[in-house]
Design a protein around this ligand. Sequence first.
Ligand code: IYR
Length: 229
Amino acid sequence: MQEDIKVIKGHEHIRYSHVHYNHEEMIERSTKFYDWMETRRSVREFSDKPVPKEVIENVIKSASTAPSGAHKQPWTFCVVSNSEIKKQIREAAEKEEYESYTKRMSEEWLDDLKPMATDWNKPFLELAPYLIIVFKRPFEYDAEGKKHQNYYVNESVGLAAGMLITAIHDAGLVTLTHTPSPMNFLQKILERPDNERPFLLLPVGYEAEEVYVPNNKRKGLDEIAVFYE
Ligand code: IYR
């Protein structure tokens, strides 16, 4: 098929049109999508049941469709299925988490976390078949070794992470946004270059049998949206 191309301000553009639905179809689709998203929960107990690598590749490709500042796509997704590396990550994360839970976190923070029943133990870091570690890339090196800053890096990588979580949910798998703090150990263990910084760690897999999640309630539309009509 011949692409419809137009040069705008000296740069090639391709003709684009999105699918259209009538109002009724749109309402039905958006309601169904919301009902589906409403079933997503952060899960902290995983099964070691294997997941096809192709699913992981697909969810990462979906995440990378996110918009980004100047289309720099300032992210790298590291996928760990190697048990030895998972073990190293768990040991390093638990060491930091132990320090955080026993020394670094404020009373108010620990109080706020009580409903989640979390602690420094992170067995999911070894149990889940895959760990996806999202790195942000604040800058790039060109072929001459010169640094070039990326733009809106946190926003861009946050958007990609949200889309990754959505794709994981859609595939019928569960995840957790884990942010061990500080998490520089991930850079060392995974031997990442100095233009990458760990952003988020997501264990991906099936939930454990008979898993319970916090009975968290979501804010209602009237609490999160303001309409100016
Ligand atoms: N990083 C710790 C603590 C933690 C912090 C927040 I904010 C949470 O919503 C959940 C946990 C941990 O992963 O346990």
